[in-house]
Write a protein that binds this ligand. Structure first.
Ligand code: UD1
Length: 356
Protein backbone atom coordinates (compact mmCIF):
# COMPACT_ATOMS: atom_id res chain seq x y z
CA UNK A 1 0.00 0.00 0.00
CA UNK A 2 1.26 3.46 -0.87
CA UNK A 3 0.62 6.48 1.31
CA UNK A 4 1.40 10.10 0.65
CA UNK A 5 1.90 12.21 3.78
CA UNK A 6 1.52 15.96 3.38
CA UNK A 7 3.21 18.23 5.91
CA UNK A 8 4.48 21.80 5.85
CA UNK A 9 4.42 23.51 9.23
CA UNK A 10 6.38 23.05 12.45
CA UNK A 11 3.80 21.12 14.51
CA UNK A 12 3.22 18.71 11.63
CA UNK A 13 6.85 17.69 11.49
CA UNK A 14 6.63 16.75 15.17
CA UNK A 15 3.37 14.82 14.72
CA UNK A 16 4.47 13.01 11.56
CA UNK A 17 7.73 11.85 13.12
CA UNK A 18 5.96 9.30 15.35
CA UNK A 19 4.09 7.47 12.59
CA UNK A 20 6.81 7.79 9.93
CA UNK A 21 9.23 6.07 12.30
CA UNK A 22 6.94 3.01 12.47
CA UNK A 23 6.24 2.95 8.72
CA UNK A 24 9.95 3.15 7.93
CA UNK A 25 10.61 -0.09 9.83
CA UNK A 26 8.59 -2.33 7.47
CA UNK A 27 7.98 -2.85 3.76
CA UNK A 28 4.23 -3.47 3.29
CA UNK A 29 3.30 0.19 3.58
CA UNK A 30 5.35 2.69 1.63
CA UNK A 31 5.28 6.35 2.67
CA UNK A 32 6.11 9.27 0.43
CA UNK A 33 6.41 12.65 2.12
CA UNK A 34 5.49 15.98 0.54
CA UNK A 35 6.78 19.11 2.29
CA UNK A 36 4.73 22.08 1.10
CA UNK A 37 7.36 24.61 2.20
CA UNK A 38 4.94 26.58 4.42
CA UNK A 39 7.64 26.74 7.10
CA UNK A 40 11.10 27.09 5.67
CA UNK A 41 13.63 28.74 8.02
CA UNK A 42 16.15 26.27 9.47
CA UNK A 43 14.67 26.74 12.97
CA UNK A 44 11.12 26.17 11.72
CA UNK A 45 11.73 23.12 9.53
CA UNK A 46 15.10 21.39 8.97
CA UNK A 47 15.98 21.28 12.66
CA UNK A 48 12.93 19.08 13.30
CA UNK A 49 13.78 16.69 10.45
CA UNK A 50 17.27 16.32 11.90
CA UNK A 51 16.35 16.00 15.57
CA UNK A 52 13.28 13.78 15.12
CA UNK A 53 14.90 11.71 12.33
CA UNK A 54 12.02 12.25 9.92
CA UNK A 55 12.61 10.66 6.50
CA UNK A 56 13.60 13.20 3.86
CA UNK A 57 10.59 14.44 1.85
CA UNK A 58 10.60 13.17 -1.72
CA UNK A 59 8.98 16.45 -2.80
CA UNK A 60 9.55 19.96 -1.47
CA UNK A 61 7.07 22.35 -3.03
CA UNK A 62 8.72 25.50 -1.67
CA UNK A 63 5.47 27.40 -1.40
CA UNK A 64 5.93 30.57 0.65
CA UNK A 65 3.31 33.25 0.79
CA UNK A 66 1.89 35.86 3.10
CA UNK A 67 -1.66 35.40 1.88
CA UNK A 68 -3.59 32.33 2.95
CA UNK A 69 -5.68 32.06 -0.23
CA UNK A 70 -2.66 32.27 -2.49
CA UNK A 71 -0.68 29.87 -0.30
CA UNK A 72 -3.47 27.29 -0.11
CA UNK A 73 -4.27 27.61 -3.82
CA UNK A 74 -0.67 27.12 -4.93
CA UNK A 75 -0.39 24.12 -2.62
CA UNK A 76 -3.50 22.48 -4.10
CA UNK A 77 -2.10 22.91 -7.63
CA UNK A 78 1.32 21.46 -6.79
CA UNK A 79 0.06 18.65 -4.52
CA UNK A 80 -2.35 17.55 -7.25
CA UNK A 81 0.55 17.15 -9.69
CA UNK A 82 2.41 14.91 -7.24
CA UNK A 83 -0.68 12.84 -6.44
CA UNK A 84 -1.35 12.28 -10.14
CA UNK A 85 2.20 11.03 -10.52
CA UNK A 86 2.40 8.91 -7.37
CA UNK A 87 -1.16 7.53 -7.38
CA UNK A 88 -1.27 6.70 -3.65
CA UNK A 89 -3.93 4.52 -2.01
CA UNK A 90 -4.33 7.02 0.82
CA UNK A 91 -3.26 10.51 1.79
CA UNK A 92 -2.41 11.42 5.38
CA UNK A 93 -2.77 14.97 6.69
CA UNK A 94 -2.15 16.31 10.21
CA UNK A 95 -3.71 19.10 12.24
CA UNK A 96 -5.18 22.31 10.93
CA UNK A 97 -2.74 24.30 8.85
CA UNK A 98 -3.08 25.55 5.28
CA UNK A 99 -0.96 22.55 4.23
CA UNK A 100 -3.51 20.22 5.87
CA UNK A 101 -6.45 21.70 4.00
CA UNK A 102 -4.59 21.87 0.68
CA UNK A 103 -3.57 18.21 1.00
CA UNK A 104 -7.08 17.07 1.85
CA UNK A 105 -8.71 19.07 -0.95
CA UNK A 106 -6.26 18.02 -3.65
CA UNK A 107 -6.66 14.35 -2.66
CA UNK A 108 -10.40 14.29 -2.37
CA UNK A 109 -10.84 15.96 -5.77
CA UNK A 110 -8.88 13.02 -7.21
CA UNK A 111 -10.99 10.56 -5.20
CA UNK A 112 -7.98 9.51 -3.13
CA UNK A 113 -9.22 8.70 0.39
CA UNK A 114 -7.97 11.04 3.09
CA UNK A 115 -6.84 10.13 6.60
CA UNK A 116 -6.94 13.05 9.05
CA UNK A 117 -4.86 12.74 12.18
CA UNK A 118 -6.03 15.10 14.97
CA UNK A 119 -9.57 15.28 13.61
CA UNK A 120 -12.65 16.72 15.30
CA UNK A 121 -11.11 19.65 17.13
CA UNK A 122 -13.22 22.80 17.23
CA UNK A 123 -12.62 26.24 18.69
CA UNK A 124 -15.97 27.40 17.22
CA UNK A 125 -14.35 30.62 16.03
CA UNK A 126 -14.82 30.96 12.29
CA UNK A 127 -12.42 33.93 12.29
CA UNK A 128 -9.47 31.61 12.89
CA UNK A 129 -7.90 30.29 9.69
CA UNK A 130 -7.19 27.05 11.56
CA UNK A 131 -10.86 26.51 12.39
CA UNK A 132 -11.82 26.74 8.70
CA UNK A 133 -8.99 24.34 7.89
CA UNK A 134 -10.16 21.86 10.54
CA UNK A 135 -13.81 21.81 9.53
CA UNK A 136 -13.12 21.54 5.80
CA UNK A 137 -10.39 18.93 6.21
CA UNK A 138 -12.61 16.75 8.38
CA UNK A 139 -15.37 16.95 5.80
CA UNK A 140 -12.95 15.82 3.07
CA UNK A 141 -11.72 12.90 5.18
CA UNK A 142 -12.60 9.22 5.11
CA UNK A 143 -10.84 8.11 8.28
CA UNK A 144 -10.83 10.52 11.22
CA UNK A 145 -8.37 9.77 14.02
CA UNK A 146 -9.38 11.82 17.05
CA UNK A 147 -7.25 12.81 20.07
CA UNK A 148 -10.02 13.14 22.67
CA UNK A 149 -13.58 12.21 23.61
CA UNK A 150 -14.81 15.71 22.85
CA UNK A 151 -13.33 15.63 19.33
CA UNK A 152 -15.41 12.51 18.54
CA UNK A 153 -18.53 14.15 19.95
CA UNK A 154 -17.95 17.23 17.77
CA UNK A 155 -17.77 15.02 14.67
CA UNK A 156 -20.90 13.06 15.55
CA UNK A 157 -22.80 16.34 15.97
CA UNK A 158 -21.70 17.26 12.43
CA UNK A 159 -23.16 14.02 11.07
CA UNK A 160 -20.06 11.85 10.68
CA UNK A 161 -20.75 8.13 10.92
CA UNK A 162 -19.37 6.35 13.97
CA UNK A 163 -17.45 3.98 11.70
CA UNK A 164 -15.26 6.71 10.26
CA UNK A 165 -14.16 8.03 13.69
CA UNK A 166 -11.36 6.28 15.60
CA UNK A 167 -10.29 7.66 18.98
CA UNK A 168 -6.56 7.11 19.31
CA UNK A 169 -5.29 9.85 21.65
CA UNK A 170 -2.86 12.58 20.80
CA UNK A 171 0.06 11.77 18.54
CA UNK A 172 2.06 14.67 20.01
CA UNK A 173 1.97 12.86 23.35
CA UNK A 174 3.87 9.93 21.79
CA UNK A 175 6.69 12.24 20.70
CA UNK A 176 6.62 14.14 23.97
CA UNK A 177 7.13 10.94 25.98
CA UNK A 178 10.18 9.87 23.99
CA UNK A 179 12.04 13.00 25.11
CA UNK A 180 10.54 14.45 28.26
CA UNK A 181 11.73 12.16 31.06
CA UNK A 182 15.30 12.18 29.76
CA UNK A 183 15.55 15.95 30.15
CA UNK A 184 17.75 16.82 33.13
CA UNK A 185 18.41 20.30 34.51
CA UNK A 186 21.80 21.10 32.98
CA UNK A 187 21.61 24.75 31.93
CA UNK A 188 19.76 27.96 32.70
CA UNK A 189 15.99 27.76 33.17
CA UNK A 190 13.29 30.46 33.07
CA UNK A 191 10.18 31.03 35.20
CA UNK A 192 8.02 31.83 32.20
CA UNK A 193 8.13 30.72 28.54
CA UNK A 194 6.29 32.86 25.97
CA UNK A 195 5.26 32.08 22.37
CA UNK A 196 2.98 34.24 20.20
CA UNK A 197 2.14 33.77 16.53
CA UNK A 198 -1.65 33.72 15.92
CA UNK A 199 -2.87 36.31 13.43
CA UNK A 200 -5.70 37.27 15.84
CA UNK A 201 -2.96 38.68 18.11
CA UNK A 202 -0.18 39.61 15.71
CA UNK A 203 -2.50 41.44 13.30
CA UNK A 204 -3.40 43.99 15.99
CA UNK A 205 -0.79 46.55 17.01
CA UNK A 206 -2.81 47.41 20.13
CA UNK A 207 -2.92 43.79 21.26
CA UNK A 208 0.80 43.33 20.63
CA UNK A 209 1.57 46.55 22.54
CA UNK A 210 -0.52 45.30 25.46
CA UNK A 211 1.23 41.92 25.41
CA UNK A 212 4.63 43.65 25.46
CA UNK A 213 3.52 45.90 28.33
CA UNK A 214 2.39 42.89 30.39
CA UNK A 215 5.60 40.96 29.67
CA UNK A 216 7.76 43.97 30.55
CA UNK A 217 5.97 44.35 33.89
CA UNK A 218 6.40 40.62 34.58
CA UNK A 219 10.10 40.78 33.71
CA UNK A 220 10.75 42.74 36.94
CA UNK A 221 9.53 39.75 38.96
CA UNK A 222 10.26 36.67 36.84
CA UNK A 223 12.80 35.47 34.30
CA UNK A 224 11.19 35.19 30.87
CA UNK A 225 12.16 33.34 27.69
CA UNK A 226 10.55 34.42 24.41
CA UNK A 227 11.51 32.27 21.38
CA UNK A 228 10.05 34.41 18.65
CA UNK A 229 8.21 33.06 15.59
CA UNK A 230 9.54 34.55 12.31
CA UNK A 231 6.18 36.04 11.36
CA UNK A 232 5.73 37.65 14.79
CA UNK A 233 9.23 39.12 14.54
CA UNK A 234 8.54 40.52 11.09
CA UNK A 235 5.28 42.08 12.26
CA UNK A 236 6.74 43.57 15.45
CA UNK A 237 9.50 45.11 13.34
CA UNK A 238 6.90 46.45 10.91
CA UNK A 239 4.97 48.07 13.79
CA UNK A 240 8.35 49.34 15.10
CA UNK A 241 7.61 47.91 18.55
CA UNK A 242 10.07 45.02 18.83
CA UNK A 243 12.51 47.41 20.51
CA UNK A 244 9.97 48.11 23.28
CA UNK A 245 10.49 44.63 24.75
CA UNK A 246 12.41 44.84 28.02
CA UNK A 247 16.08 43.87 27.78
CA UNK A 248 15.45 41.60 30.77
CA UNK A 249 13.41 39.28 28.52
CA UNK A 250 15.50 36.67 26.74
CA UNK A 251 14.44 36.81 23.09
CA UNK A 252 15.68 33.98 20.86
CA UNK A 253 15.04 32.36 17.50
CA UNK A 254 12.46 29.54 17.42
CA UNK A 255 13.81 26.51 19.28
CA UNK A 256 14.33 22.86 18.52
CA UNK A 257 11.77 20.43 19.93
CA UNK A 258 14.07 19.14 22.65
CA UNK A 259 15.03 22.64 23.74
CA UNK A 260 11.51 23.97 23.98
CA UNK A 261 10.50 20.89 26.02
CA UNK A 262 13.47 21.51 28.33
CA UNK A 263 12.46 25.10 29.06
CA UNK A 264 8.81 24.10 29.44
CA UNK A 265 9.66 21.32 31.87
CA UNK A 266 11.49 23.66 34.25
CA UNK A 267 9.23 26.71 33.84
CA UNK A 268 6.34 27.52 36.17
CA UNK A 269 4.19 29.11 33.50
CA UNK A 270 3.65 29.17 29.75
CA UNK A 271 2.12 32.25 28.11
CA UNK A 272 1.07 31.30 24.57
CA UNK A 273 -1.44 31.44 21.76
CA UNK A 274 -0.21 28.18 20.21
CA UNK A 275 -2.46 25.14 20.03
CA UNK A 276 0.25 22.50 20.40
CA UNK A 277 2.05 24.19 23.27
CA UNK A 278 -1.11 24.29 25.41
CA UNK A 279 -1.05 20.51 25.29
CA UNK A 280 2.68 20.12 25.75
CA UNK A 281 2.43 22.31 28.85
CA UNK A 282 -0.44 20.13 30.08
CA UNK A 283 1.69 17.00 29.56
CA UNK A 284 4.62 18.59 31.37
CA UNK A 285 2.38 19.88 34.21
CA UNK A 286 3.17 23.51 33.53
CA UNK A 287 0.41 26.03 34.17
CA UNK A 288 -0.64 27.97 31.04
CA UNK A 289 -2.18 31.32 30.14
CA UNK A 290 -3.56 31.22 26.60
CA UNK A 291 -3.95 34.60 24.94
CA UNK A 292 -7.06 33.75 22.97
CA UNK A 293 -10.85 34.00 23.29
CA UNK A 294 -11.32 30.25 22.88
CA UNK A 295 -9.35 27.04 22.62
CA UNK A 296 -9.66 23.80 20.67
CA UNK A 297 -8.27 22.05 23.79
CA UNK A 298 -10.98 23.01 26.34
CA UNK A 299 -10.23 19.92 28.46
CA UNK A 300 -7.00 21.60 29.62
CA UNK A 301 -9.07 24.53 30.92
CA UNK A 302 -11.59 22.27 32.71
CA UNK A 303 -8.68 20.41 34.32
CA UNK A 304 -7.39 23.74 35.71
CA UNK A 305 -4.10 23.70 33.79
CA UNK A 306 -4.99 26.43 31.31
CA UNK A 307 -6.71 29.84 31.49
CA UNK A 308 -7.86 31.97 28.57
CA UNK A 309 -6.78 35.58 28.85
CA UNK A 310 -7.35 38.67 26.74
CA UNK A 311 -4.37 40.79 25.78
CA UNK A 312 -5.53 43.87 27.65
CA UNK A 313 -3.79 46.13 30.16
CA UNK A 314 -2.43 44.32 33.27
CA UNK A 315 -4.70 41.33 32.65
CA UNK A 316 -1.89 38.88 31.76
CA UNK A 317 0.25 40.33 34.57
CA UNK A 318 -2.45 39.91 37.22
CA UNK A 319 -3.43 36.41 36.12
CA UNK A 320 0.22 35.38 36.13
CA UNK A 321 0.58 36.42 39.77
CA UNK A 322 -2.57 34.45 40.59
CA UNK A 323 -1.75 31.25 38.73
CA UNK A 324 2.00 30.88 38.32
CA UNK A 325 2.45 28.32 41.09
CA UNK A 326 -0.90 26.56 40.73
CA UNK A 327 -1.16 22.90 39.79
CA UNK A 328 -4.23 21.53 38.05
CA UNK A 329 -5.92 18.13 38.23
CA UNK A 330 -3.86 14.98 37.75
CA UNK A 331 -5.79 13.55 34.84
CA UNK A 332 -5.16 11.84 31.47
CA UNK A 333 -7.06 13.50 28.65
CA UNK A 334 -5.32 12.59 25.43
CA UNK A 335 -4.59 8.86 25.53
CA UNK A 336 -1.63 6.83 26.69
CA UNK A 337 1.11 7.88 24.30
CA UNK A 338 0.53 4.96 21.93
CA UNK A 339 -1.47 6.86 19.32
CA UNK A 340 0.99 6.24 16.48
CA UNK A 341 0.99 2.50 17.23
CA UNK A 342 -2.81 2.32 17.04
CA UNK A 343 -2.86 4.28 13.78
CA UNK A 344 -0.12 2.07 12.36
CA UNK A 345 -2.06 -1.08 13.27
CA UNK A 346 -5.14 0.33 11.52
CA UNK A 347 -3.07 1.08 8.42
CA UNK A 348 -1.73 -2.48 8.43
CA UNK A 349 -5.28 -3.84 8.61
CA UNK A 350 -6.35 -1.67 5.68
CA UNK A 351 -3.29 -2.72 3.72
CA UNK A 352 -4.08 -6.41 4.36
CA UNK A 353 -7.67 -6.02 3.19
CA UNK A 354 -6.48 -4.20 0.06
CA UNK A 355 -4.03 -6.93 -0.87
CA UNK A 356 -6.59 -9.76 -0.41
C1 UD1 B 1 0.93 28.07 11.00
C2 UD1 B 1 -0.46 27.46 11.16
C3 UD1 B 1 -0.79 27.33 12.62
C4 UD1 B 1 0.33 26.65 13.40
C5 UD1 B 1 1.65 27.38 13.13
C6 UD1 B 1 2.83 26.77 13.86
C7 UD1 B 1 -1.97 28.02 9.29
C8 UD1 B 1 -3.10 28.82 8.86
N1 UD1 B 1 -1.47 28.30 10.52
O1 UD1 B 1 0.85 29.41 11.42
O2 UD1 B 1 -1.97 26.54 12.74
O3 UD1 B 1 0.04 26.69 14.80
O4 UD1 B 1 1.89 27.36 11.73
O5 UD1 B 1 3.97 27.58 13.73
O6 UD1 B 1 -1.50 27.18 8.55
N2 UD1 B 1 7.48 32.40 8.09
C9 UD1 B 1 8.81 32.69 8.03
N3 UD1 B 1 9.70 31.69 8.20
C10 UD1 B 1 9.34 30.41 8.39
C11 UD1 B 1 7.99 30.14 8.44
C12 UD1 B 1 7.08 31.11 8.28
O7 UD1 B 1 9.21 33.84 7.87
O8 UD1 B 1 10.16 29.52 8.51
C13 UD1 B 1 6.47 33.45 7.90
C14 UD1 B 1 6.32 33.85 6.47
O9 UD1 B 1 6.15 35.22 6.48
C15 UD1 B 1 5.06 33.17 6.01
C16 UD1 B 1 4.27 33.08 7.27
O10 UD1 B 1 5.23 32.99 8.33
O11 UD1 B 1 4.43 33.93 5.06
C17 UD1 B 1 3.45 31.86 7.31
O12 UD1 B 1 2.36 32.18 8.07
P1 UD1 B 1 1.28 31.07 8.40
O13 UD1 B 1 1.19 30.06 7.36
O14 UD1 B 1 0.05 31.72 8.90
O15 UD1 B 1 2.04 30.29 9.51
P2 UD1 B 1 2.04 30.41 11.01
O16 UD1 B 1 1.70 31.72 11.57
O17 UD1 B 1 3.34 29.82 11.40
Amino acid sequence: MKIVTIIGARPQFIKASALSKLIKKQKKIKEIIIHTGQHYDYEMSKIFFNQLKIPKPKYNLNIKSNYHGEMTGKMVIEIEKVLLKEKPDYTIVYGDTNSTLAGALASKKLCIPVIHIEAGLRSFSKNMPEEINRVLTDHCSDILFTPSKLAGQNLKKEGFSKNSIIRVGDIMYDVFLTFFNKLKKNKITYDIVVTIHRPENTNSKTKMLNIIQNLNDLSHKYSILFPIHPRTKKILEKYKILKLLSKKIKVTKPMSYKNILYYLKFANLLITDSGGMQKEAFFSKTQTLTIRDETEWPETVFANWNTLVQPIKSKIYNLTLERIFLKGKKIKLYGNGNCSKIIFKTLKKISKVKSE
